[in-house]
Write a protein that binds this ligand. Structure first.
Ligand code: MN
Length: 246
């Protein structure tokens, strides 16, 4: 990343005023303003890079508004919980049942899950490459678990279609076995104690089936969105996750 540019005197005076205001309002305000725990990473490709399967306007709103909003709410919740703010996000999500405050737990579940899921999602996608395929190892595991690549895609699409309301479809691995599952809202397969045991595992592939992910372009046609989505799956990333998890 670029290093921060040196600040001039005018900026310095402005920052000084802000710091003084923050100090007057107390440390919680100061921490929340000075250093949000999580920030929105830029997409690893352009907003229009996934066209025509995912349109640029949807990507812009999905990333810049929806994902950004999850991060903002997550940071706000963590501003009053410094001990939770220090945990890596995956550990935080796996530790949620230990959070006593129910409102805080629900906020972290929804917005922490929202942040993790979307980061994962953007990195699971890549501009259409016709030759992209699972690694030989992953292809063999998919064939063994589901019968064929086509059968796997059919079952995955069914899980995505059947998820009532908002949520996610997942390919997970647990104890060396591949499995398709789905979760409501912004839950994910790492949420021990919140998500049913059968749906827990290491996520390899995840599909956002919230309407905000497809409605501008596909309206109510979720199955068409799922069919198009296969064209932009980053199989190289999914194969790396598989190799690391098995
Ligand atoms: Mn989403």
């Amino acid at each position: 990343m670029d290093s921060p540019s040196p600040i001039d005197r005018r900026q310095f005076l402005k920052l000084g005023t802000l710091a003084a205001t923050a100090a007057a309002l107390g440390p919680a305000y100061s921490n929340a303003e000075a250093a949000p725990v999580y920030t929105l990473a830029p997409l690893p490709y352009g907003f229009d890079a996934l066209e025509p399967h995912m349109d640029a306007r949807t990507m812009e709103i999905h990333h810049g508004k929806h994902h950004a909003a999850y991060i903002k709410s997550l940071n706000t919740a963590l501003a009053s919980s410094p001990e939770l703010a220090q945990m890596p996000l995956e550990k935080l999500l796996a530790s949620l049942p230990a959070v006593q405050d129910e409102a805080l737990r629900n906020t972290l579940r929804n917005h922490g899950g929202g942040h993790w899921n979307h980061d994962f999602f953007w990195n699971t996608l890549t501009p259409a490459v016709k030759s992209a395929k699972p690694s030989p190892d992953l292809a063999a595991a998919l064939n063994s678990a589901f019968g064929s690549m086509e059968a796997f895609q059919k079952s995955f699409a069914e899980a995505a279609a059947k998820r009532f309301g908002s949520g996610w479809a997942w390919l997970i691995i647990k104890d060396g076995k591949l499995k398709i599952t789905s979760t409501p809202n912004q839950d994910n397969p790492s949420m021990v104690g919140l998500v049913p045991e059968a749906d827990l595992g290491t996520a390899l592939l995840g599909l956002d089936v919230w309407e905000h992910a497809y409605y501008l372009h596909y309206q109510n046609r979720r199955p068409d969105y799922v069919t198009a989505w296969w064209n932009i799956v980053n199989w190289s990333m999914v194969s790396d996750r598989f190799a690391a998890a098995k």
